[in-house]
Structure formats: structure tokens, C-alpha cells
Write a protein that binds this ligand. Sequence first.
Ligand code: FE2
Ligand code: FE2
Length: 268
Amino acid sequence: MKNYNIEKNIYSKDGRLLLAAGQEITESTLHRLKSIDYSKASKIILSNEKKLYENDVLVSSKIIKLNLKSSSLEYYSRASDRVAKILFDSKNQPWWIYINTLSNYVDWLYTHALNVSLMSIMIADAFNLEMLDEIALGAFLHDIGKLMIPKSIIQKPAKLSDEEMVFVKQHCDLGVSMVSEYKLSKISLDIIGQHHEKLDGSGYPQGLQDTEIPVPSRIVMVADVIDAITSYRPYKSNKSMKTAINELNRNPDKYPRDVIDIISTLLL
Ligand SMILES: [Fe+2]
Ligand SMILES: [Fe+2]
């Protein structure tokens, strides 16, 4: 549960201190604020909430920031603004329930969603792609199907059995069906359904190959692998960004060369 705090002192028209900076916004303070000035109250809450999402992006993206080339700072800053905005705008959308659940189900799933979205947007921006909002949202929601997989499997601190793996691999199709009524763009839906495909057809769920996998899905495929390698999981330690990029370079048959090259211009 996120806490919202008053950003600065709020005074009544006659100069009395109504709420002090730093004070937590509770049901009763909110009620008090709204009874005095509703529009002021909603502005304060909105600005606090936006800051929380900006902060979420900032905290989660440490590994990206740490490996950022100075020439890529503008890409990072544009991407983090966009991801924070997508999150904030999603509050009024039906898929918010999934985003909210992501942060409560398994904590690293939320961080992973933020990181993959951020990195995907940086790459897409460097490619001069349009539809960045659709890519950001698809990347953010790419693993929501994992909400349907038991925590005991997602958090298992050991190698998954073949049966468990079959279960986990269903998260792409499950994710697509979870948002099927929400009128998401084709780009976002493709990303959710295709982010585990590989160029050589060895991926899942469909075993798509080469150009059957659209560029936005290819980008998220790569960002997903990078974040998975560089992040800690209950079943593995985190490795360096260099290790992640080397891993991609060792598998040119699986991962798109042009996306890897763009990553190398942005990071390390
Ligand atoms: Fe996934
Ligand atoms: Fe993922």
C-alpha cells in the first residue's frame, strides 16, 4: 500500500495552518481537505502520486542507470518520464487491477515490469519507432499472465520440473486472455503474447521465427532477457550487464542483431 504525504504546508484563506508538509494523507485529512477546497486537494494528491511512480521507476532502474553511457542520458530520462506517465494514466484503466496486483503478488515482478518497459522504450526511441506508449504499456504488462501461476512455482528457489515449466510457459497466452476485453493495441497484445519467442523458432508459445516476430516484440524479448540476467531471483543470483550483453551476443540466431547493437550504443 502506497502512502501519500502532503507536499507543502497548506493554509486556509485566513492564514491558519490546515495541514503540515510531510503529514500523511489519511481518510480524515482527505475529508478535511476536500471540505475546504476539492480542486486543491486533488491537485496535491495527484502531484504526490505522480512523484511516487517517478520514484518507483528511479529505484527500479538502478542497474540501467549504473551502466548508462553519458550520451544516452536523454534516452533514459525520456523513457523514465514515459513509463511513470503510463503508470499514472493506467490508474483509470481496467488493467490497473493487474498492475496493482503485480506489486503485491511477487515484489520483483513489479520491478521487472518497470525495468523491461524502461529499457524497451529506450531501445524503441533509439530506433526512432513511433507508438512508444503502446510499446511501454505492452512491456509493462508483458508478464501479467504470471499472476495466474502459483507463487510456489514463481518463487521456487530451485530448477523447475518439466511439469512446472509447462505451467509457466502458459503465462504468455494467459496474459493475452486476461486483457482481451480491454481494447489494447495490437502492439501491446503482441508483446504480451510473443515476448518469449526466439528468432530461430526455439521460443514459446508459438515457435515463431524471424520476421514473424514484429519489431516491438523483438525489443521486449531482448529487454526481458537483460533484466532477467541482471536481477536477483529466489532461484539465481544477479549477473552484470556485461554478462547479459555477452549472453545475447553469443546467441545471434536467437536474438536480433540490430537490437543488441542498439543496446550496446546505450549501455556500458
Ligand atoms: Fe515472460
Ligand atoms: Fe519477463
